[in-house]
Design a protein around this ligand. Structure first.
Ligand code: GDP
Ligand code: GDP
Length: 444
């Protein structure tokens, strides 16, 4: 390892895997990525095939990104792709795991990546993979030419991973500090490049009494930007990342998810910016998917509204188009703004307040069960295997997002469509209309 320990300021550290194709990055990724514990409702299919995940090593959580997974096929040479992926990791990651293939030996492309990584002020771990048996370790020798400490591993067999990750974990904080509680509602501004994120952030700063707090004695950008309006506090998350512009790698649309991943993780409300001229694109739904998957409240902010030619029904058509393209966002309110002119920018904060109220709302159990009884009476769950399903009891177990636990006779017997139905009824009955909610079924 070289470089200094990462400065995190309460962020979950981001670990990036870099290396040539076929060295075993995704194999290692799958080993380190968190396995999904529960079925989550409202999960967009778009993010299934992924190269980013939560992970943890014992009690130390991190975010994991496989940079190779971003460019599976392309006309460009592998070297160009790899350079870009490595640059991306160097800019965005807190810790880099560079994976090489011990069976193939040290190739010129590896040396090129190593040269890029050499001397960057971030920790880099050099792993030589596919050393499945002790006899393979002989091939380590040539890698010592790189002049760095090496970690022999077998991602497939799970060998050497402990040694590697124990060392990585020394740099990871235990848990995530929860010291931001009174900093206000945490807002992430997310979206693909050029959609207007930095314009919006600057607008917020310009039109509100913003308190930007440069850390005394440092020239470092503050990570987040506090904002105050009418006595209410907000914290714009990871604005340093948004304002730090002109980076080669991030001009690539597909890489913009990395910035979103980092910001979304700590946010409560995500402002998803859409380009009003382009409308909702696939990349937008991908980024939105990240926020939905993490259970964040989302506001769809259609920007550059000043550039859109309007007739009577422009808004209506827009809303329909968005709902059609991203069904999993049907709960998210939509606002049309112009960061350039400032139109309705302040209204975003009103919407944030309204959404946050729902996002943090608690319903008491007796009220909840009375309402459920009514719903179920009107529309009983379908019978499964001749046994009548009966919902026995429900309780709200969490907020952010509002989460409910239903006790039923046979959780497997609850059909997806009935779940949907319940969720919609729920939203209606309790005013959870503009936030994601989660419902888990448990056997009683
Ligand atoms: P990536 O392109 O860097 O993500 O590489 P993959 O994880 O897709 O692995 C490429 C190939 O190498 C696959 O066939 C893996 O099964 C294989 N592989 C990965 N790790 C190991 C390992 O530790 N030992 C051996 N023998 N094969 C491995
Ligand atoms: P970012 O990459 O998402 O941070 O996007 P920027 O804030 O840098 O904006 C990209 C470009 O779009 C810049 O040229 C902005 O001036 C322009 N832009 C941003 N918001 C608006 C808007 O509401 N209307 C118009 N006409 N241009 C905008």
């Amino acid at each position: 390892m070289n470089g200094e320990p990462p400065r995190l300021d309460g962020r979950k550290p981001l670990i990036a895997l870099v290396g040539r194709p076929n060295v075993g990055k995704s194999t290692l990724f799958n080993r380190l990525a968190e396995k999904k514990k529960a079925i989550v409702i409202d999960e967009p299919g778009a993010t299934r095939d992924r190269n980013y995940s939560d992970g943890s090593w014992f009690d130390r959580p991190f975010l994991l990104v496989d940079t190779g997974g971003f460019e599976p096929s392309s006309q460009e040479t592998i070297l160009i792709q790899m350079r870009r992926q490595t640059t991306l990791a160097m800019e965005e990651a807190d810790i880099i795991l560079f994976i090489m293939d011990g069976r193939q030996g040290l190739l010129p492309a590896d040396e090129e990546i190593a040269r890029l990584l050499h001397g960057i002020p971030k920790p880099v771990f050099y792993a030589v993979n596919k050393l499945d048996a002790p006899k393979h370790r002989d091939s380590l020798a040539e890698f010592y030419r790189l002049g760095v400490e090496l970690f022999p591993v077998s991602a497939q067999q799970g060998l050497g991973i402990d040694e590697l990750m124990d060392r990585v974990a020394e740099l990871l904080p235990q848990g995530v500090p929860d010291g931001e509680e009174d900093a206000g509602i945490k807002i992430a501004v997310i979206g693909k490049p050029n959609v207007g994120k930095s314009s919006l952030v600057n607008r917020f700063l310009g039109c509100e009494r913003a308190i930007v707090n440069p850390l005394p004695g440092t020239t470092r950008d503050p990570l987040d930007t506090p904002l105050e309006r009418e006595g209410k506090k907000y914290l714009l998350i990871d604005t340093a990342g948004i304002r730090r512009k002109g980076r080669v790698s991030l001009t690539l649309e597909k890489y913009s998810v990395i910035q979103a991943i980092k910001a979304i993780d700590r946010a409560e409300v995500a402002l998803l910016l859409i380009d009003g001229v382009e409308g909702m694109t696939e990349q937008d739904t991908k980024i939105a998917g990240l926020a939905v998957e993490k259970g964040k409240a989302i506001i769809i902010v259609v920007n550059k509204w000043d550039l859109v030619e309007k007739d009577n029904d422009t808004v209506g058509k827009y809303v329909k188009d968005i709902k059609d393209k991203a069904k999993f966002l049907d709960f998210a309110p939509i606002i049309f703004i112009s960061a350039a002119t400032g139109q309705r920018v302040v209204k975003i904060l009103d919407l944030v307040e309204a959404v946050y109220l729902e996002y943090t709302k608690k319903v008491n159990t007796s009220e909840l069960n009375r309402a459920i009884e009514e719903i179920v009476e009107k529309h009983p769950p379908p019978r499964v295997a001749s046994r009548k399903q009966k919902l026995i009891y429900a309780t709200q177990v969490g907020i952010k997002p509002p989460t409910f636990l239903f006790f039923v006779r046979d959780p497997r017997g609850i059909h997806f469509s009935y779940e949907r139905f319940l969720i919609n009824q729920f939203r209606e009955a309790f005013g959870f209309k503009r936030v994601p909610i989660r419902i888990y079924f448990r056997k009683k």
